[in-house]
Ligand binder design. Structure first.
Ligand SMILES: [Zn+2]
Length: 251
């Protein structure tokens, strides 16, 4: 049963990951419900079902469109595979509890944020508003300790980012602020603070690496959303271990 569920949640994640890519790409351009099948953004050829298999299609086509040979960004199979692995891992961590729904929602939101922010430098309000009632709902059926930590987390996240936006005048946007506030509902005030610091750390290290290796154009802004997403996943799944490690080393 356990093995079957692990396999099941992995496949569920792979398939859903493919859908999350589409959501992240289409919500900002308001085309989510317009055309049913995906097309190659370069040659506009409509993808067949064989070209829509998560991860495998990318590998078999060696990362290129079958028709025009245009390179496909590796971000899409990475999102699919990550969703699969994180769904499987969520089940290993929390088992068949209400918190599993929380974990699936958090992973789904963050995957959409990564795709959308990397492509458009934007975290769509529609996505944040879609997840807001769901996050409140899961924190009512699977509450933090104490229960009002969800409110403290949201308020602290919002205020902290608002202050940083005012002080830094740019660098971070309103989308990042709303995302951190939303994650505060799930994480509570301590973990939302940790998430913000870890996101800044990831952002600094990865930005320097990207600029030094010239993987990123100097003039282009680097979106902050993907770093928030990576940090929130780290803290949501490993927050306790990180704090324990920190205390055992430094205190
Ligand atoms: Zn093409």
């Amino acid at each position: 049963m356990e093995t079957f569920l692990l396999f099941y949640f992995f496949i569920l994640g792979l398939v859903l990951g493919s859908f999350l890519n589409v959501v992240g790409l289409r919500v900002p351009t308001k085309t989510l419900f317009k055309s049913s099948r995906s097309i190659c953004p370069n040659c506009k050829h409509q993808l067949s079902y064989l070209e829509l298999i998560p991860v495998f299609s990318y590998i078999f086509q060696r990362g290129k469109c079958k028709h025009c040979q245009q390179h496909i960004s590796p971000i899409y199979p990475i999102i699919e595979l990550s969703t699969g692995i994180l769904f499987l891992f969520s089940f290993m961590r929390v088992g068949l509890t209400y918190e599993l729904i929380t974990a699936f929602l958090v992973v789904s939101l963050l995957m959409i944020v990564i795709v959308s922010d990397l492509n458009y430098m934007l975290i769509p309000n529609a996505i944040l508003l879609f997840f807001l009632p769901l996050f409140i709902f899961v924190r009512i059926i699977s509450p933090l300790e104490p229960w009002y930590d969800m409110i403290l987390g949201a308020v602290l996240g919002y205020v902290l980012l608002a202050l940083i936006i005012i002080i830094s005048r740019g660098g971070m946007g309103a989308g990042d602020m709303k995302l951190i506030a939303l994650l505060g509902i799930i994480l509570g005030w301590q973990d939302v603070l940790l998430t913000f610091f870890l996101a800044s750390l990831y952002g600094t290290v990865i930005s320097i690496a990207l600029l030094l290796t010239r993987k990123w154009d100097r003039k282009k802004m680097i979106p902050f959303g993907p770093f928030i997403a990576l940090a929130a996943l780290t803290i949501y799944f490993f927050g306790e271990e990180i704090v324990e490690l920190y205390i055992s080393y430094f205190l």
